[in-house]
Design a protein around this ligand. Structure first.
Ligand code: DGL
Length: 261
């Protein structure tokens, strides 16, 4: 079926998920929506996050998508269950897949989760990880400054490293062997995070496992695009398409990107 996959994020961070989806499912068409006008979601109320998520889903449905990926951890944590109840279309989030991935990787069963304030306060990662393996100890830390650091293009600077040092100090002292990057922006800070946590701690990006979950859903529902021609991506944002376009080109390594504002 050549109807597109819909991917939604609060802004540009979901491009890290789109990138993985394109690796795993290169022949699929994609419609991406980034709510750049209202980012960040991580510090908003539950009511607002739910409202914005439903609006984004309605928009993607109006674009005739066959499945929706909520790439945003915050929107997944707060709104996924409600969205799955409200809509008939298949909707997947990133937290179940991220949790599956961390459970399969930890050896000492002590793991860390970092995310936005809303994601961490929701306890969603802890619940999903514990559902898979009760014996795993989970330590969490909200890192609200990471998102603006990425948005301002400071990912590879000393500002990022110093901020990571402050945020991650306690987690490192807890002897974690695996750390979930529970926010779409954090994979873009991988180098600075790695610099602080060292080589011994595994970093888990939920995007990889989410793409595999998505492929399984498409196969199960028999809605894979059977054409063996590279899929087309269309990008929609609620504000500032120029900035989004620049970052998207850089992140995806593609010159020809059409962003609709
Ligand atoms: N996309 C959000 C997430 O993954 C991060 C940015 C925000 O706070 O909206 O949690």
């Amino acid at each position: 079926m050549d109807k597109p996959i819909g991917i939604f994020d609060s802004g540009l961070g979901g491009l890290t998920v789109l990138k993985e989806v394109r690796n795993v499912l290169p022949f699929e068409n994609i419609v991406y929506f980034g709510d750049t006008k209202r980012v960040p979601y991580g510090s908003k109320s539950k009511e607002d996050i739910i409202k914005y998520t439903f609006e984004a889903i309605d928009f993607l449905i109006s674009k005739n998508v066959k499945v929706i990926v909520i790439a945003c951890n915050t929107a997944t944590a707060i709104s996924l269950d409600l969205a799955q109840k409200k809509y008939d279309i298949p909707i997947i989030g990133v937290i179940k897949s991220g949790s599956k991935s961390v459970v399969s990787k930890t050896k000492n069963k002590v793991v860390g989760v970092i995310g936005t304030t809303a994601t961490i306060n929701s306890n969603s990662y802890v619940e999903n990880i514990k559902e898979l393996d009760k014996s795993i100890k989970v330590f969490q830390k909200a890192c609200p400054l990471f998102v603006p650091i990425v948005e301002e293009g400071f990912s590879k600077t000393d500002v990022a490293k110093e901020t990571a040092k402050i945020y991650l100090k306690d987690l490192i002292n807890k002897d974690i062997d695996t750390l979930v990057l529970g926010c779409t922006h954090y994979p873009l800070l991988k180098d600075s995070i790695k610099y602080v946590v060292g080589e011994k701690i595994n970093l888990v990006d939920p995007a990889k496992e989410t793409s595999i979950t998505l492929r399984d859903v498409l196969i199960k529902k028999n809605i894979l695009n059977k054409k063996s021609k590279n899929g087309i991506c269309e990008y929609f944002v609620s504000d500032n398409p120029e900035k989004f376009s620049l970052i998207a080109k850089d992140l995806l390594g593609i010159e020809d990107i059409k962003v609709f504002g």
